[in-house]
Ligand binder design. Sequence first.
Ligand code: CMC
Length: 429
Amino acid sequence: MADKKAQLIIEGNAPVELPILTGTVGPDVIDVRGLGASGHFTFDPGFMATASCESKITYIDGDKGILLHRGYPIEQLAEQSDYLETCYLLLNGELPNAEQKAQFVSTVKNHTMVHEQLKTFFNGFRRDAHPMAVMCGVVGALSAFYHDSLDINNPQHREISAVRLVAKMPTLAAMVYKYSMGQPMMYPRNDLTYAENFLHMMFNTPCEIKPISPTLAKAMDRIFILHADHEQNASTSTVRLAGSSGANPFACIAAGIAALWGPAHGGANEAVLTMLDEIGDVSNIDTFIAKAKDKNDPFKLMGFGHRVYKNRDPRATVMKQTCDEVLGELGIKNDPQLELAMRLEEIALTDPYFIERSLYPNVDFYSGIILKAIGIPTSMFTVIFALARTVGWISHWKEMLSGPYKIGRPRQLYTGEPQRDIVELKDRK
Ligand code: CMC
């Protein structure tokens, strides 16, 4: 794997030889692990040029707009697969055959309910709490309920925890929503598909059970597939880092949820709708585009740009198609906010500022619009991202634990005070 070598010459020192590692696809990587012996470290805030781990799960080529899970293009998974099949693929490395799929779906369904006592947790939260705040709490609390599978060195325990997380996340997400609405929480229905069951728990009530629209269930399933994994983003890296200390899987996923919440990451789908509210009317678009371009203004067009995709976000292409399907099915033609979103997309795609910087609409731009059209409140958007991404997080956690790993411990460039002595309080200025 490491035939080539790089030489690093630090003035006045003998050259340091660094192995070059080659992956199956993608650029070669300079292995700097031996650099510490020379008394130097690398400095790379934001991990702009640093691979934090080796992984076989997901590959992204940001320049070409390619996203592969275990080698399969995201477009094919979105068209020809479903979310639970994608979960199986991410967790196990291969798509299931018919028997494996039936077994996996049945195992997941066996775990859809949460411990009845977990419900009492919700009462400790204000009803107007942000759903992500409640999610951080209740997902972390799972480790207090399922401690029969917390031995991280036991592969079977890791497997059970992974399935429990995939199975229980829709239930918890819907419980969070129902709690915020003051409505009774709905138990899962195992005769429904994963996406149908989620919509059932979200929108049905004990006094009225309505059938779930197949188009909306398909759109929901697509949103889940398209958010399932995205290699070493901020939340996945957080899960790996938390896991590297030996923390239990539920605690690690709670850490991932916290990292996802920020508007530069998973919070962007919510931020898109907040931004559309702020813009208010098509006539204000030019002002906000000007704000987005102004270096002295912190305003950014939410749902545009990506750290890795400097071409189209392939998830956004599929999502746009689903967006059109959902808006068509629901007959939403005259929603001013959606009209505004479409106009904004049009303007940004033709504006030289956005073209020069390759700032295309990302997955969150369209998913926000679809979720709104389905009737999901804005504050739940990032919860849905967390629900879908749980399988990616737990697949990375499992991958890390099944091989040799070290606790994640970055170094720093210290620019604070050098050593000094305490001056007694009476003598301090
Ligand atoms: N609106 C206006 N200008 C932007 C935007 C934007 N949304 N995004 C980047 N830029 C500009 C930025 O000011 C910079 O300009 P210049 O070269 O003149 O200094 C240039 O484009 C490069 O941007 P950057 O900040 O260096 O890019 P980054 O890789 O550090 O940031 C990002 C990526 C996603 C954090 C950023 O594009 C952003 O904040 N976008 C809005 C939030 C968003 O939609 N996030 C969801 C990402 S997709 C979901 C996920 O995977 O988490």
